[in-house]
Design a protein around this ligand. Structure first.
Ligand SMILES: [Zn+2]
Ligand SMILES: [Zn+2]
Length: 388
């Protein structure tokens, strides 16, 4: 191990705290990162040193050993310089700084981990259409789907017999470099998609995808009360991983709307049209409910838009023993046109109320007088307007 001081190289002191050390490391790493200094041996050396320093100083126990016994102490504990350990989180951050400044596509690649590169996610989504009724009451549904499984013939590599060769375009680095002014940016190699290697020959079983689709059909239980855009997790029905285990399938529900009922969570609304003559009389109407019918009593003189709540007549909360409400909203309907006869009847009815049928007159009589008073010149109206 070459002799250099970990604190010195990161330009921090022995008493610096973790956060300060991290900041210093980030600063230095940005400066000496090989992506920004291609073909610069000195920068590369420096980069290795600061990484070695950070690997020790960011680890509480290693730092203690270093403080007490120096590098000798670390060597005795099996530490032998920079291990090439993945500081993925930090590089991830650095990457995003560059991405936000220059748009994605550029940035530092985290140290590559080709072996564990996953070509597809273990979980996948399946869209399921449900009628209003199916969603409210639950149902059984037949699911016909295709999941991804690692191609056994190429071990998921997409290469015939799993044979890979170094990508000539990026010399296996997985990245190509682009100069822009005084800076150099790394870009994921377009030929190997950043993997650093490509198939010698394509696997014919999976058309070089690394996975094959497997058809599957099974029945699922849609629980009572599911709503639009709910996710139902079906454990073990997802894509198949290399080790044979399967991820989960997520059923995303799309629920049709209903012509009469409007759903809001576990509550359900229904609009009840009521003819205007029923309003002063009060009435009782049969309305549909989710389970059949209900009797809605509309008291005399209810207003348009009045709400009547039927507790527990709504939708069941998924996997809970709780029901929402059904809410009836009345909508007063007026005749679109009237016959001469109806006109006379209405007039007769109107007049039969006498004094009460002209509430506006009674209310505004005094008001009109007052306003007239305001508009007249003050001198002339003084006595009259102020009469009490
Ligand atoms: Zn490449
Ligand atoms: Zn294959």
């Amino acid at each position: 191990m070459e002799s250099f001081d970990y604190y010195e190289i990161l330009e921090v002191s022995q008493t610096s705290d973790k956060e300060t050390i991290k900041k210093a490391y980030r600063k230095m790493a940005l400066k000496y990162h090989p992506d920004r200094n291609p073909d610069d041996k000195e920068a590369e050396e420096m980069f290795k040193k600061i990484n070695e320093a950070y690997e020790v100083l960011s680890d509480e126990s290693k730092r203690q050993i270093y403080d007490k016994y120096g590098k000798k102490g670390l060597e005795n504990n099996g530490f032998s310089g920079f291990s090439g350990k993945d500081f993925g989180d930090i590089f991830g951050d650095l990457g995003s700084i560059f991405e936000s400044a220059f748009g994605s596509g550029f940035g530092f690649g985290s140290p590559r981990k080709q072996e564990s590169k996953v070509k597809f996610m273990p979980d996948y989504l399946y869209k399921l259409d449900l009628t209003f009724r199916e969603a409210i009451f639950g149902c059984k549904k037949n699911i016909k789907t295709k999941y991804k499984a690692f191609c056994k013939d190429c071990d998921g590599t997409g290469a015939k017999d799993g044979k890979l060769q170094t990508c000539s375009h990026c010399q296996g680095k997985g990245q190509t470099f682009m100069r822009q002014g005084f800076m150099t940016f790394a870009q994921t190699c377009s030929k190997c998609n950043g993997e650093g290697h490509i198939a010698k020959d394509k696997c014919t079983s999976c058309h070089a995808e690394g996975f094959v689709f497997v058809e599957e059909e099974f029945e699922i239980n849609v629980p009572e009360g599911v709503d639009d855009e709910n996710r139902i997790r079906i454990i073990g029905k997802g894509n198949q991983q290399k080790n044979g285990s399967r991820g989960d399938l997520y059923i995303l529900t799309y629920v049709e709307s209903d012509d009469y009922f409007v759903r809001d969570g576990i509550d359900v609304y229904i609009e009840v049209p009521v003819f205007f003559t029923s309003i002063p009389l009060g009435t009782s109407v049969k309305i549909p409910s989710l389970k059949g019918e209900l009797e809605l009593r509309i008291p005399q003189n209810s207003e348009d838009g009045s709400r009547f709540v039927f507790k527990g007549e709504g939708i069941k909360e998924v996997n809970k023993n709780n029901y929402g409400n059904l809410i009836a909203i009345i909508k007063i309907m007026y005749p679109k046109s009237i016959t001469e006869e109806q006109r006379e009847l209405l007039l007769e009815l109107h007049n039969s109320f006498g004094y009460e049928s002209e509430p506006h007159k009674n209310l505004f009589e005094e008001c009109f007088d007052r306003i007239k008073g305001w508009l007249k010149p003050e001198t002339k109206t003084k006595g009259k307007a102020r009469k009490k």
